[in-house]
Design a binder for this molecule. Sequence first.
Ligand SMILES: Cc1cc2nc3c(=O)[nH]c(=O)nc-3n(C[C@H](O)[C@H](O)[C@H](O)COP(=O)(O)OP(=O)(O)OC[C@H]3O[C@@H](n4cnc5c(N)ncnc54)[C@H](O)[C@@H]3O)c2cc1C
Length: 308
Amino acid sequence: MEEFRSFVRSNVCLADYTRLGIGGTVEYFAEPESESQLLLLLDRCRYRNLSVRVIGAGSNVLVPNKGLAGIVISLNKPAFCTIEHNASSREPLITAGAGVKLVQFITEAVTFGLGGVEGLIGIPGTIGGVLCDNAGTSNDNIGQWVESVRVANLDGTISTLSKNEITFGYRSSSLDTGVILSAVFRLELDDVSELSKRMQKFWIVRKSQQPDSGLRLVMAFNSTKTGTSASDLIDQVNLKGTQIGGAVISDHNSNFIIVEPAINGNKNSEQNNSGRDIVNDIKRLIQLVQDRILEKTDVEIEPSLRVW
Ligand SMILES: Cc1cc2nc3c(=O)[nH]c(=O)nc-3n(C[C@H](O)[C@H](O)[C@H](O)COP(=O)(O)OP(=O)(O)OC[C@H]3O[C@@H](n4cnc5c(N)ncnc54)[C@H](O)[C@@H]3O)c2cc1C
């Protein structure tokens, strides 16, 4: 990887790139500055048979403490973080790079008078991550607004996939095999001030449903196929507030697992949690919830968290 040293580092701690702030190191971590750098890198990874993962905002991944072989790619550089909309066109199309934060995408769309996605405000993540996960609410998901997606394939080629060529499932998509570069969304023309008001209302509701935003946490489970929320099921089997080691089911909303704030009150201090295998605690807590719900209600729930 010597020739890529300007944008590839070795033995990088992934805890710094995840919402949970835990997990081990990865053999190589790449932050390409351009598509051409990314394509050269993918070509080299294929040649060296390195496993390739992509990380967005790290809101939905759990990294093992023992670390990972291969490479993790982050599209956090400006070349992958642009938003474009031709205001003089009457077409409600907007293009966003994979590294753009969902919150920024929605707020900019609203200022352009483009609506539809405002109900997703408050879901953490990047365009690449939310497309891969088809993130959404009980009414809406990001995939339904997609016109096309540009993807760098692991063989170093680029494809533009139209919406008909992509499968968006419940919190999943067929986009999880390559590197999403950008996407075009077809939204709806609407009044800017009406959209802003709607977005603010959605924001207030969502924030009230989530635990304190300063905490290190993840959303643990998907709703069931019949639409029952995971938090209702967890409450039903009396697991709200359950703790295993350093991982706790939130008292505020049981579908969130929180890394226990450090004992001395400094919740950001990794040092206070040193010596604890919180990754394993989270896995055990997830298993406990799944087992208890199956045993008591005969319902199977799936984790939404992606364990790497
Ligand atoms: C407080 C909180 C609230 C949440 N609320 C919701 C909610 O209401 N609804 C919901 O659906 N989810 C919710 N989530 C989960 C999370 O927001 C989503 O899963 C989101 O899609 C994660 O985006 P990310 O950028 O952080 O992706 P990451 O966690 O970094 O990655 C998720 C997946 O996307 C892949 N990926 C990321 N970028 C790319 C790319 N460029 N190309 C290819 N693959 C890529 C990764 O490899 C990984 O498989 C919540 C999470 C938290 C912490």
